[in-house]
Design a protein around this ligand. Structure first.
Ligand code: UTP
Length: 280
């Protein structure tokens, strides 16, 4: 299955950090956000990746491309550890790119992938969200999709007062972590939210989504919302994700995610804990 990673957005909520660099290239601890996203796709068994980019997003392509000068300099200086790291990035996957011409929202971004996915079901990974779990979030979705052959999305519980930050679903539990989605609403106020189950940023979609997007008028924020297009699908399933999700939409989520990943690093964990204690 192919992966589509929308990464064309402006990253307004992270300005000025995103003024001259893509949000998806901001480092979370040691790597750019999009590096984690591409790794999740690979760990889910995907090797065909399309990144949807736009103006000011060239550094994403450069990042996954071979860097002859850097490799030469590192080799000459005998910095083998860094050389290995740099080469590993280039070897991660073959990545294609397409530009979203006008920034008209996530639904519109997905339309740019229509030719590449060529009528087949495909996965979508939001380029600004990282997931962490034993079985990759997208792999869980692909397994469910292979059984039901219907569009399937990842959902997770969020605090009731945070529904206005997410797409929220109205759903019926089928069994275990599997849900049938009855309806979806983009960023509802807590009082109008049908539940506290939010869309996580990982999807497996069938190609009929493209017609549904074309039939969708601009919605929340004047953008063509993927959530609104998905609500037009005949059948949609949800898989409740219980791992960690880092949706790096603003400064605090960016900072928290960096701390989380730093805490996994044996080399610097104690140093970080000591530093944090100095604030208590
Ligand atoms: P977001 O809405 O969280 O990102 O979209 P944004 O638009 O960059 O952020 P703000 O609202 O301006 O702060 C989730 C993902 O979808 C991509 C973004 O790049 C991000 O990775 N996206 C969003 C597109 O590719 N195109 C769009 O038109 C909108």
């Amino acid at each position: 299955m192919k992966a589509v990673i929308p990464a064309a957005g402006l990253g307004t909520r992270l300005l000025p950090a995103t003024k001259a660099q893509p949000k998806e290239m901001l480092p979370v601890y040691s790597k750019p956000i999009i590096h984690y996203v591409v790794e999740e796709a690979i760990n889910s068994g995907i090797d065909d990746i399309l990144i949807i980019t736009g103006r000011n997003k060239r550094s994403i392509e450069d990042y996954f491309d071979k860097s002859y000068e850097l490799e030469f300099m590192l080799q000459k200086a005998g910095k083998d550890r860094y050389l290995k790291q740099v080469r590993k990035i280039t070897d991660l996957a073959d990545i294609c790119y397409v530009r979203q011409k006008n920034l008209k929202g996530l639904g519109d971004a997905i339309l740019s992938a229509e030719r590449h996915v060529d009528g087949e079901p495909f996965t979508v990974f939001l380029g600004d969200s990282i997931t962490q779990s034993e079985v990759p979030c997208a792999k869980e979705l692909i397994d469910v999709f292979n059984k039901y052959k219907k569009s399937t999305i990842s959902i997770r519980e969020v605090p009731k007062d945070k529904t206005c930050s997410y797409g929220i679903v109205d759903s019926t539990n089928i069994k275990g972590n599997l849900y049938k989605i009855n309806d979806l609403v983009e960023k509802p106020k807590a009082s109008q939210a049908p539940s506290n189950l939010a869309i996580t940023g990982r999807y497996v979609l069938t190609a009929d989504i493209f017609d549904k997007i074309n039939q969708t008028e601009p919605g929340f924020n004047g953008e063509v919302q993927l959530t609104d297009a998905m609500s037009k699908l005949d059948e949609l399933y949800g898989v409740k994700f219980t791992g960690k999700v880092f949706n790096i939409e603003n400064r605090i989520e960016w900072l928290k995610s960096s701390i989380d990943f730093a805490m996994d690093d044996d080399e610097f964990r104690d140093d970080l804990i000591g530093y944090m204690k100095s604030f208590l």
